[in-house]
Design a binder for this molecule. Sequence first.
Ligand code: CTP
Length: 398
Amino acid sequence: MLKGKKILLGITGSIAAYKSVYIVRLLVKAGATVKVIMTPSAKDFVSSLTLSTLSRQPVLTDLFDEKSWANHVELGRWADLFLIAPLSCNTLAKMAHGQCDNLLLAIYLSATCPVLLAPAMDEDMWQHPATKANCATLVSFGNKIIPVESGDLASGLQGEGRMAEPEHILDYLRTNFFLPRPLKGKKAMVTAGPTYEPIDPVRFIGNRSSGKMGIAIAKELYDRGAEVTLILGPATSASSLNGISLIRVSTAEEMYKACTGTFDHADIAIMAAAVADYAPESVAKEKIKKKDAKLTLDLVRTKDILKSLGERKKTGQVLVGFALETNDGKKYALDKLTDKNADLIILNSLKEEGAGFGYDTNTITIFGKGGKEFSFDNKIKNEVAKDIVDTIIRLYYA
Ligand code: CTP
């Protein structure tokens, strides 16, 4: 993925600069060409000899010396990506305000390639409103910021502000900039989470779905280039959704409406929500008071969203459902495939250790028409999402 990519690595004056040595090593090992630019104060933290040896390229610091002038415009145009790691508080502020008193800043201002920033500073500096405002300015310029990590800081304190670990930076870089995007131009919708069916103003019928599986699928589809709409039930926090469009719903009826409004324009629909099958026939206007020893609630079937999408599915649309079963999983999964006119059914067997609601891991088997069957090991949900999206790409978009 990184083979043949041209990366400019900017290093600023921060104790985390020693980690840049590893970044260069990892990038070169992955097949990238790396040119290192240092600010003058970065040289106090790490040797340019080490960096030039590892990158097999001269390290640049000065805009000009007695013999030559560094063509910052050319460098900014040469690169596929400008990574600045570590980014000190000072350089971050200068970038946000367009200052240009060294080569790194001149390249930043003239770069036409995407820019990725890995800040590193003490927690109080990181939390300062000025830094937050500067970060927001840089994001508004289209730069991406890889979040700082928590742990031991150079000050001796513990907290947020450490530069992301080199391996995390490489992962971020691959996923956000260099992942093949076979789903570019495709629209996808994903449902996730539980639904809550109100009984009265304070009570509802719900379930323990966390929404994690559906959220991971939505992120994976987005990373592969799709334009994604996530239709998300209650009780799940949806942080760092980046460019994913979010529609929040509460009841099965609301989810049905959101899905039917989105499906006609979607190429792929993945129904990972645990939708309530029954809802109270009527919702009490006031809180129900306890009276008799027994209380009976009349429940009515909710709309089967997956089935109704299966009925309106057009040629070329890929519809994927889930089945969560305790027994006869394969039989029920295959029944659902036909009954709901789905293209794929993903079976979670509750018999498997560490699979299903509330877990961070899952074990799945994917069933498709014509006897297709793909089994996967127990994995964390992000990895399971990759398996699901890989399977869809392989079957329908390869
Ligand atoms: N689903 C849906 N709308 C509903 C219920 C479920 O879209 N009202 C979707 C789920 O998101 C999932 C699949 O249908 O993709 C699950 O199928 P379903 O037959 O509802 O599963 P169970 O309720 O577990 O099935 P059963 O009643 O057979 O136990």
